[in-house]
Design a protein around this ligand. Sequence first.
Ligand SMILES: *Cc1c(COP(=O)(O)O)cnc(C)c1O
Length: 459
Amino acid sequence: MDERTRQLVADDHRYVWHPFTQQQQWVTEDALVVERGEGCWLTTTDGRRFLDGNSSLWVDLWGHDRRELVDALHAQADALPHATFLGLTNPPAIETARRLVDLAPDGISRAFFSENGSSAVEVALKIAFAYHRHLGDDRRDLFVCLDNAYHGDTLGSVSVGGFDPFHALYGPLLFETRRIPSPYCYRCPLERSPEECDLACADALDEVLAAEGHRVAAVVTEPLVQGAAGIITAPDGHLRRLREICDRHGVLLIVDEVATGFGRTGATWASELEGITPDLMAVGKALTGGYIPMSATLTTEAVYEAFLGAPDSGRTLYHGHSYAGNPLAAAVASANLELFVAEDVPAMARAKAEVLADALTAFDGQPHVGEVRRRGLMCGIELVADRGTKEPFPAGLQAAKRVCDAVRDDGIIVRPLGDTIVLMPAPAMSDEDLRFLVTTIAAATDRVTRELAAPPASP
Ligand SMILES: *Cc1c(COP(=O)(O)O)cnc(C)c1O
């Protein structure tokens, strides 16, 4: 390791606290200090190159050096880096709102900007709650969400989350919700099978709303893929069923497309795959192509209009951050959305997903691969100690993390979620890089998991 890198790592270990990271483990590991990007490859300060197999945590669409996005950022920085969006507006934010509404499912007509996905969800929750009050219905103080849900890290979005490793600790701080089962077919919470269940997990919503629907402000869901709980892929029709049940009970549906949006599933939106329009929709992650933070809460004119009234009507949406509608972020978002349409990212993603599907056969028959799940370019490989019983590896072994650590030596960066290895290649990744990514991880998975499962060598 060169001297500069050594110093940077020492300072990182001394001064920094990383997200979703056990720092006690982090400071014992070899930190990668990345400083350059070329396509889907990242280069570290000590000159090593790594293929970014998770689109930098699901944000990147184009690789890390797409000229048009960098140029848009430079041009906007020369003109105006920031001015408040409270009481002022700016061209790139207006343009981004227009492009988002054009791209969104039919019936979506408004965009409210924040900087991250958690806030976009938080805003959707506050809008849904206030919407009913503005219509004169003040009984609706409950949200319905799914087990295994992840909607971000602020306390509102944690309240509608359902993934215990991240959320259980904060239980006493969270607002009340009702939970319905996760569409986790590999470990069906209802012990049914996709062939005969007729989406019983979604129909559980009907029972909840029949009992307490008059108290429910909205149902919140990740559409078709529960990302952070391990890329849990729901069967076709699951989201549509939730929409139908919400409609029957007059309850709003909030769809969190933060991870699934912008082509990741092979369509612009997962909602599009299911032919539905949400009442509220959170978008983020790839909104700027993965270059700069920005998110938005999108909604319909019907919801928007409930907030109209005289200045003293109490209907103003009192929410907004210092950097809302930031012109730098919006300039990149607008350029990204222009490219997204011009280059047909969903078609790119579908073509790439075929390459991915083909490469994934390298996992077939591995003794410790429980399930390979995929929707478009969102893929999870769940490791198990025993394929027959689906018994997990002991959590302390960190089986999937060991695989992810092992492929660092091959020049690959991926990150696990529990014992699921996540692959989320950018649509722009080359076929060759994608095959290298998958076959290398498959080989490492076989090697590492067999070692973990092997009985200790006799003396
Ligand atoms: C990542 C994610 C979020 C949170 O977005 P942040 O930008 O990390 O706050 C919310 N919902 C889903 C579905 C996500 O995948």
